[in-house]
Write a protein that binds this ligand. Sequence first.
Ligand SMILES: NC(=O)C1=CN([C@@H]2O[C@H](COP(=O)(O)OP(=O)(O)OC[C@H]3O[C@@H](n4cnc5c(N)ncnc54)[C@H](OP(=O)(O)O)[C@@H]3O)[C@@H](O)[C@H]2O)C=CC1
Ligand SMILES: O=CCCC(=O)O
Length: 356
Amino acid sequence: MSFLVKTTDCHHLSSTAMAMCSSFCPHLPNHFGGRPAYSFPTKPLSFSFKAFTSQASNASSKDELPTRVGFLGLGIMGSPMAQNLIKSGCDVTVWNRTKSKCDPLISLGAKYKPSPEEVAASCDVTFAMLADPESAVDVALGKHGAVNGMSSGKGYVDVSTVDGATSKLISGHIKSTGASFLEAPVSGSKKPAEDGQLIFLTAGDKSLYEIAAPLLDVMGKSRFYLGDVGNGAAMKLVVNMIMGSMMASFSEGLLLTEKIGLDPKVLVEVVSQGAISAPMYSVKGPSMIQSLYPTAFPLKHQQKDLRLALGLAESVSQSTPIAATANELYKVAKSHGLSDEDFSAVIEALKPKLQQ
Ligand SMILES: NC(=O)C1=CN([C@@H]2O[C@H](COP(=O)(O)OP(=O)(O)OC[C@H]3O[C@@H](n4cnc5c(N)ncnc54)[C@H](OP(=O)(O)O)[C@@H]3O)[C@@H](O)[C@H]2O)C=CC1
Ligand SMILES: O=CCCC(=O)O
């Protein structure tokens, strides 16, 4: 396993890597320049940019470096991620099931293709940010799916949160075309996506990881390479399993505080100063107290992640009673029409009117 955190400059990158960054996205050095400093021990990245271009069916000289990036799925996460790629100077082609969501990106300079197949065919690296396993499979492998546009020298990077089996299925089909596959689900929500501060949990073809690294660095603050396909998906599910339980527990605390006559706003402040402090509590607590749930991470996706994490735990006979209980609460919240609210709306499932 290896990981890398964004730095203020590109001094940690080899000159080859820098050349590659600039080739993907001409404005990358400036983009890196404004970021917060982190230092970390990491192996120097060895980019195989030339190797990649030599495999590309449409790259015949150094002047035709693979600069074309596809983006499939422009929801809460995909839109800002694609937007950051465009702003950093990448040549981005977008597709979304609901076409109108492409329009703001087209205004920013993105190209549009009417199917995932056509995006993949016209791009060197194609990202997919889709709702769930079903949509990830549909877009990759369905009629006019991305797989039909893939070929040797191209790469498919699935950043959706899915289970390992789904990721392996997609990987198998993509690789059968001669293309490379990387799973790269993200930790971090709407605001980190807007700010280019996501955390990528990647696994799959190491060569594609290295090729995609400058693009991941435009969209994120750090990236982990975890080995075989399935490991990135599994890590993401474990993280979100913990998060779902934390939110359910926090919800109980807020409601109990209020019921015993204490001020839940004070609870949020106390929690923020102690060992269990987490940005999630400080960010979401004040709106939860007002019963407001502006959507950053849809509740339906949190429940999907708990469901998939429970399946993962089951597959290795690991007991996860807390996550299982939390999952039930999210299911109750969903059944009361809260699917598209933020996942912090799970607190509603603990209020008497919803418990009947
Ligand atoms: N929001 C968050 O905070 C985070 C979300 N994630 C994960 O990222 C992924 C995307 O999340 P998010 O952007 O919030 O979700 P959204 O619900 O906002 O977007 C989902 C995207 O998937 C598309 N889609 C859904 N079903 C289909 C289908 N059958 N065929 C084609 N496209 C489909 C939607 O298209 P359309 O616009 O047409 O509906 C949309 O582009 C999920 O896997 C989620 O778990 C990961 C980290 C954080
Ligand atoms: O999958 C969603 C994760 C949300 C977050 O990490 O804040």
